[in-house]
Design a protein around this ligand. Structure first.
Ligand SMILES: *Cc1c(COP(=O)(O)O)cnc(C)c1O
Length: 270
């Protein structure tokens, strides 16, 4: 593969600027402090770097700083970004080595007809929001001979603008989904309503944890629904106090992000 026209940087410093390094470090320290406050081990909490709308080049910097899990919310965008990263990697050994360890997770709404493409791009789907989507992912996973890790997204705040199972139907749906042999249900995910203070999100995070505890009893799975993906830039510390095992952070790491492009597939959050 050919390098693109731009002269490719050849050392780590060219990819990772000091501002990014500082924010990554500060975010890690805040995660650790929140975990300690809650009497938890910081190792229980995985930082998912939300890279939506960012240029691929910035992801190289993130990977070089040790961020190894990237969250994207659109299939098409992730596909284009990964093509670009493959080009970068073929021209730059330092970037290639850093990118080798990156895992990708889908955190945005997925249409059932894109299940196959999503499986070719993402190692875990955090945003399973309907039984129909779960069934499509199950069928495609079985065809690939794999068991795909998934989280069930719950719209805890019952907001019309958000996707996800309702608090009322997630239990029933979880029973159906845990019976699908091509999927491995690992936990729950939510995007809390926007509130003026981080504390305002606490009841939603607590509710997600309670739902998880309920599922452990009524829809048991190996691994015990371990993962709780909750908390973003503005509220991740509260989420950690309430039991988050995955925090999805974008702006806190990368600063304000460029706006979304015109929607070529459905976007969430933003
Ligand atoms: C954009 C997004 C995030 C990250 O949001 P920030 O406020 O930038 O941290 C997390 N989760 C989902 C589902 C998102 O769409």
């Amino acid at each position: 593969m050919e390098a693109t026209g731009d002269s490719a940087p050849t050392h780590a410093g060219a990819w990772a600027d000091a501002a990014l390094a500082g924010r990554v470090q500060a975010t890690r320290e805040r995660i650790e402090a929140a975990a300690r406050r809650a009497g938890r081990s910081p190792e229980e909490i995985l930082l998912v770097a939300v890279t939506k709308t960012l240029a691929a080049e910035r992801l190289v910097g993130a990977a070089l700083l040790g961020l190894t899990v990237f969250g994207e919310n659109r299939v098409q965008e992730a596909h284009e970004k990964r093509e670009r990263l493959a080009e970068i990697a073929s021209a730059d050994g330092v970037a290639a080595r850093a990118l080798l360890h990156v895992r990708w997770e889908l955190i945005g709404h997925l249409q059932s007809n894109k299940a196959q493409r999503a499986l070719s791009l993402f190692e875990r789907i955090q945003s399973v929001d309907s039984v129909r989507l779960a069934e499509a992912l199950n069928q495609r996973s079985l065809a690939l001979g794999q068991r795909t890790p998934v989280l069930l997204e719950v719209n805890v705040g019952a907001e019309a603008s958000k996707s996800g199972f309702t608090v009322d139907d997630v239990v029933e749906s979880a029973r159906t989904i845990t019976a699908l042999p091509g999927l491995r249900a690992e936990g729950l995910m939510t995007v809390a309503p926007i509130t003026p203070e981080p504390e305002g999100a606490r009841p939603y995070f607590r509710r997600l944890r309670e739902l998880r505890d309920q599922l452990r009893v009524v829809a048991p799975v190996d691994g015990g629904w371990r993962e709780l993906s909750m908390g973003m830039t503005d509220d991740f510390e509260v989420a950690i106090e309430e039991g988050a095992t995955l925090v999805r952070i974008g702006r806190g790491l990368f600063g304000e992000r460029p706006p979304l492009r015109s929607a070529d597939d459905a976007a969430v959050g933003a």
